[in-house]
Write a protein of this length. Structure first.
Length: 616
């Protein structure tokens, strides 16, 4: 059976739907079919958003619609109606969507001038706002000509040619959203959904969502006592509890050892800098809405959202020679960024976080080797945790500093590094930082979700703005290249992802509590505490259960805390210097933890080996 053609990709990597296709301009176009490829899903999901809007309009005739874009988790549409929409209404809307799609209907594109569009939607307050956000005089609408009646919406596409193709979709959740994302504007209703080309893929995705609920790091963070939030402190400001802090410290220690082996030097910049420095860097003009400012002695200061300016000042603290380059500075830098309350999400989106940040100052001919080393470093980290990953090359955004020629040179340097190392990558047009292009590292977790983590950015603009120089071999002043690099992204985000990836069952080498020692009675307590002390001296996070509870309850509590190894001590174990171990990492055919007895000396040796088996 021949696959249905639903669109094309042009040489600029733009999607052209069948309604917009012009054969005379179709040189080097790539055909898109109705399948689950990335670009095809873009068309499918955007059309499904409009199908949802048509169903809503049919059920709630007074509904007005704002925007309905694709997002990483599927699609959504923002709208308003006098009716109160609840989660219970989603099944009714979804049922209407199925009715409309089953009967089918062509989707037709019509071109309008701005004046025509304003007249056509003159009674629609939300469409008037949409049009104000669109530049130029040429607009378009898409009309869904279904048996249920016509539905049209202002849109640039892309869309499927016919509604009948939509057979595998599901409405996921309901939320509120401010108009234009502005907290001062009215609150709209937002419905999220997901769509695929086939029902089997939809079924797999829904199973993944159910699994994701069980693994939600916000839920596990409370259960495992990793972190908390407190409204008295403020939203988006995580408080790290002992368990979470131990996990985090283990990550920091592993990274620090690897950084020192790879020639990085620790540095530290201040957390608050004069605004004049942020104006030179361009952050004030291009990132100021995400920063926090204060005034000291009538001088404005900005709390740092990034560590780069501090590291630039470290570089400027001495006259630099080409013989010193590359210079690699790293810092676990605490940064603050203003995030709107509606987008805060556990550890994944916060207002204060710590980056595993580094900046490399090098000569232009050292870029490729430095980026290659970073890519290898990233590979080691991702493989240690069982993540698969992919790369995206993000290019110049609309809001940026620097000349196009500088951007082209920096982008080409990243492209060459990727291709020289035979690393596949996708292009993210306009996704770069305001000061330079970047490689984004996107990881895939154990339930096949993709996460943005690390980044590698080439910057030729900040060195110029701060007049950074080094003395070259022929005794001339030259400008270094600056490479911004964070591999985890931030400790907060990475630990949130890690928690969901493992479902809280952390591998031994980063587990917050690696060994729980459970004495059966008070008679074994001294021996248990002695064992705890020995393990801690070996760098093992070991703790004794001291509560006066039954043995079964002590074991259940430790298992709920997902501790990898439980050591149970009775009279026999103490007198014979043996340890009864329950290993939760290994299961028998019934799914029960593996149990064995081992001499204490052998157990200590085993744990030292286990604790040191992973290096980045």
């Amino acid at each position: 059976m021949q696959k249905e053609v639903i669109g094309y990709i042009n040489k600029n990597n733009e999607i052209i739907d069948t309604q917009s296709y012009n054969p005379e301009e179709a040189n080097d176009y790539k055909t898109l079919y109705f399948d689950n490829s990335l670009h095809s899903l873009n068309i499918i999901r955007h059309t499904c958003a409009h199908l949802m809007a048509q169903a809503i309009k049919s059920l709630y005739p007074d509904a007005e619609f704002f925007v309905g874009p694709n997002v990483d988790e599927g699609f959504y549409y923002d709208f308003k109606t006098k009716e109160k929409i609840s989660e219970e209404d989603l099944s009714k809307i979804e049922s209407k969507m199925k009715d409309i799609a089953k009967k089918g209907g062509s989707i037709v594109k019509k071109e309008l001038t701005r004046k025509e569009a304003e007249e056509r939607f003159k009674g629609d307050s939300l469409k008037q706002v949409v049009m104000k956000n669109i530049k130029g005089d040429d607009l378009s609408i898409y009309v869904q000509e279904s048996a249920e009646g016509e539905f049209e919406d202002l849109c640039r596409g892309p869309h499927l040619p016919n509604l009948k193709l939509l057979q595998a979709f599901k409405l996921i959740k309901l939320s509120g959203a401010y108009l234009n994302g502005d907290e001062k504007e009215e609150m709209l209703t937002r419905i999220y959904g997901i769509a695929f080309a086939d029902k089997e893929s939809l079924k797999e995705h829904l199973h993944m969502l159910e699994e994701a609920k069980k693994r939600d790091h916000r839920k596990l963070g409370v259960e495992l006592k990793l972190f908390t939030f407190d409204d008295d402190i403020g939203a988006g400001l995580p408080i790290w509890l002992p368990n979470g802090s131990r996990l985090r410290k283990r990550l920091e220690d592993l990274l620090t050892n690897a950084l020192l082996r790879n020639g990085y030097e620790p540095v530290r910049g201040p957390e608050i800098l004069k605004s004049d420095a942020w104006k030179i860097s361009g952050h004030y003009q291009n990132y100021g809405e995400n920063m926090y400012f204060t005034e000291i002695d009538e001088v404005e200061y900005g709390i740092k959202p990034m560590n780069c300016v501090g590291h630039i000042k470290v570089y400027q603290s001495s006259i630099r020679s080409y013989k010193e380059l590359p210079l690699r500075f790293y810092e676990y830098g605490v940064v603050h960024r203003h995030e709107k309350s509606g987008v805060l999400h556990g550890l994944l989106r916060v207002r204060e976080f710590t980056q595993d940040d580094a900046h490399i100052f090098c000569m232009p001919d050292q870029i490729e080797s430095e980026v290659t080393n970073i890519l290898e470093f990233a590979k080691n980290i991702m493989e240690a945790f069982g993540f698969s990953y992919e790369m995206q090359l993000a290019t110049k955004p609309e809001k940026a500093i620097g000349e196009d020629s500088v951007w082209e040179k920096a982008t080409e340097a990243l492209r060459v590094a990727l291709e020289t190392n035979n690393i596949p990558y996708e292009i993210d047009e306009g996704g770069g930082a305001f000061y330079g292009p970047k490689i984004d590292i996107k990881i895939t977790d154990s339930i096949k979700r993709k996460w943005q983590c690390g980044t590698i950015q080439i910057d030729m603009n900040l060195p110029e703005r701060f007049n950074l120089t080094y003395v070259s071999a022929d005794n001339k002043e030259e400008q270094p290249v600056m490479i911004h690099r964070a591999l985890l992204g931030s400790f907060e985000r990475f630990i949130g992802i890690l928690t969901e990836h493992f479902g809280g069952e952390f591998p031994f080498f980063v587990a917050p509590t690696q060994v729980q020692i459970i004495p059966i009675g008070h008679e074994q307590l001294d021996y248990a505490q002695s064992l705890e002390s020995q393990l801690k001296k070996l760098g093992i996070y070991a703790y004794v259960t001291t509560k006066d509870e039954s043995l079964n309850k002590k074991i259940r509590t430790a298992e709920k805390q997902k501790v990898p190894l439980l050591v149970i001590l009775g009279e026999k174990e103490v007198t014979q210097d043996l340890l009864s171990v329950r290993d939760r990492r290994d299961k028998n055919e019934k799914g029960e933890s593996l149990q064995y007895t081992i001499a204490k000396k052998d157990f200590l040796e085993k744990l030292v080996k286990l604790n040191s088996e992973v290096n980045f």
